[in-house]
Design a protein around this ligand. Sequence first.
Ligand code: F2R
Ligand code: MG
Ligand code: MG
Ligand code: MG
Length: 348
Amino acid sequence: MASVEEVCRFRGALLGALVGDCIGAVFETRMTITVGSVLSFLRGLENNWKKQVLMYTDDTAMARSVVQSLLTKPPLDEKDLAERFTAEYFSDPDRGYGMGVVHVFEKLQSGKYQSVFTPAKEQFNGKGSYGNGAAMRVVGIPLAFPNVPDIIKYAKISGELTHASSLGYNGAILLALAVHYALQGVNLSRESFLEHLLSNMQEIEGDEKSRSDAVELELGEFPYCNRLKKIKEFLDKGNVPRCEVVEELGHGVAAFESVPTAIYSFLRCMDPVDDLPKEMNSLQRTVIFCILLGGDTDTIATMAGAIAGAYHGEDQVPELWRKSSEGYKDAEDWGKQLWELYSSRLPS
Ligand code: F2R
Ligand code: MG
Ligand code: MG
Ligand code: MG
């Protein structure tokens, strides 16, 4: 792969995540969203550009902290990352953070970052959060580390700062691996992409904590693997109605009800979608498809946008979407810097 093409994928991942969050946030928590309302909103951007900036939410605020920490304190300094999350939250708390995670920031700050994993372990009566907050911000990890063991290790550590339930950090690992495989582009078929994820997750979900956390929540063992199998079934079936996608894969704030949905949306939108304009590219379709599912639209769209951007590259992020999104220049700059870091870690 030529270096220009590689940089384009790294920028694509960060920009895809950014536009997914910024556009998805407009529709967050709505349950019924029509194609007409999303297209009309997007057309309105043309008239409003420069007047109205689409603000990013907690998803991007935290993803930015991960990227900045990876770039300045390699390979990953958990104390630095905890401090960045907390400083960012207290400097700008109105970005739509999860209800539980703010207690982690309060305890991290009052505990002076002495034991950075403890506050997350105390969440939800000691069970830890299974929210999608660890996954929504993880995109920087697969852009900084080229090999699977490092991605698993650092996605888990970065997740555990706020999400001690294995359902929370395993969602982050799954999303990070999806971005990693997406960076291969067309060199990897849709089938191989899913097979790689399934094989990695079988090992990850086989550990004792993953098994017991899943059973305790009555999800059954191997919840992510089972959802990856459902994704394959849906893709084989073809045109699965959106209501069935929501019914089976979810659109909620839990990682297990949103990370698989984002992966499905990316894979589904490689092909045209019946009720979306034919001229739209795959990344545009992916972001809009996620929004049309309703529920946690910013987070599902940011996760799917990251995968789609890594696969299709920044050229598929429309200029108007990019320039309407707060902080897009940082995403462009950091994409290049992460590519340099990633390349420096490739075996010579
Ligand atoms: N918070 C939101 N959206 C709500 C509406 C925001 C609105 N626009 C506004 O501005 O006010 N979105 C953001 O939160 C999600 C990420 O959350 P995160 O970081 O995982 O937080 P938390 O608090 O740890 O978990 C989220 C919720 O999940 C439930 N939950 C998690 N673990 C649980 C457990 N063990 N037992 C029971 N419930 C658990 C709780 O309801 C948590 O509050 C993203 O959507 C982001 O965009
Ligand atoms: Mg958000
Ligand atoms: Mg939490
Ligand atoms: Mg959200």
